[in-house]
Design a protein around this ligand. Structure first.
Ligand code: ADP
Length: 275
């Protein structure tokens, strides 16, 4: 796991951003603060251009859905918001990605701290082969947030709507949970380290409809505290859960036999919650 070898002092090295809590405590904002802003963002894998010229702003407290056909660069784009592409050897990110006005790719920015503030939940639930408790406590230990460990773990499990199902089994293996429970455990693990934003890359695609509905309900509960960006290939899901929708498509160059993701539309979602 990233950052496990860091000393306590290194872990304390913060990227210079104002306390994210200020924003979270203002549910009704006339003018929303901008959490993420990309400008002319280009991402390549070696010589393959995966995403071209994406400029977009994501506001605090919104759920923003990235939709579009397979291979149009949704996962590539969402990974730019917490520098997960750094972990892909061939990936080159050009243009700018700002998080609360800070250049996320600046040389003084600590990627480990970035990933604490901006958590990520993946397509397939990926609990560690450890107990339920240790899964949630993992990031807390990595980041030296071990005061009131039991309380922190409990609070994260409650926030992820999992506590009532696991409170008597905290020492049991996380791998014994159902897929939906494992995904909520991964959300609890992300929440435990007090992030500001949560990125979700197709979090329901491996889940059945009931487990999916629980995650979608959970997202609505979490949005008062976190800015959420979700990749989904499911238009209905985007309509159900999101405030904003960004539609990407793959531009095909038949001569060069290449496909490049571009942002074609980005606007408020017309969803079922609208009057
Ligand atoms: P989506 O999430 O919309 O399905 P991706 O971001 O996964 O799209 O992929 C966009 C393009 O980048 C695709 O052509 C894909 O093959 C390519 N790609 C994605 N990940 C990698 C990688 N690790 N190495 C090389 N190419 C990749």
């Amino acid at each position: 796991m990233i950052g496990q070898d860091l000393t306590k002092e290194e872990q304390r090295v913060m990227i210079r951003v104002p306390d994210a809590g200020i924003v979270r405590s203002e549910p009704e904002r006339s003018e929303k603060e901008i959490v993420f802003e990309t400008e002319s963002l280009n991402v390549r894998y070696g010589s393959t251009q995966a995403v071209r010229d994406v400029s977009m702003r994501i506001a605090a407290g919104d759920i923003t859905a990235l939709i579009g056909p397979s291979g149009c660069g949704k996962s590539t784009l969402i990974r730019c918001f917490n520098r997960m592409n750094d972990l892909i050897p061939d990936a080159v990110v050009e243009g700018s990605v700002r998080y609360r006005s800070i250049d996320l790719y600046g040389s003084d920015v600590d990627p480990v701290e970035v990933r604490r503030r901006i958590g990520m939940v993946f397509q397939r639930p990926n609990p560690f082969p450890k107990s339920i408790f240790d899964n949630v406590a993992f990031g807390l230990r990595v980041h030296g947030m071990t005061d009131d460990l039991d309380d922190r773990v409990q609070a994260a499990l409650k926030s992820a709507a999992l506590w009532d199902e696991v409170k008597h089994d905290l020492k049991n293996s996380a791998l014994a949970l159902s897929g939906g429970q494992q995904q909520r455990l991964c959300i609890a693990r992300a929440i435990a380290v007090e992030p500001d934003a949560i990125l979700m890359d197709e979090p329901c695609s491996a889940l059945d409809p009931i487990a999916t509905a629980r995650i979608e309900d959970l997202m609505q509960e979490l949005k008062s505290r976190y800015t959420i960006v979700i990749v989904t290939h499911n238009m209905q899901q985007a309509a159900r859960v999101s405030d904003m929708t960004a539609f990407l498509t793959a531009e095909v160059d038949e001569e060069k036999a290449t496909r490049t993701g571009i942002l074609v539309e980005y606007d408020r979602t017309q969803n079922r919650r609208d009057p």
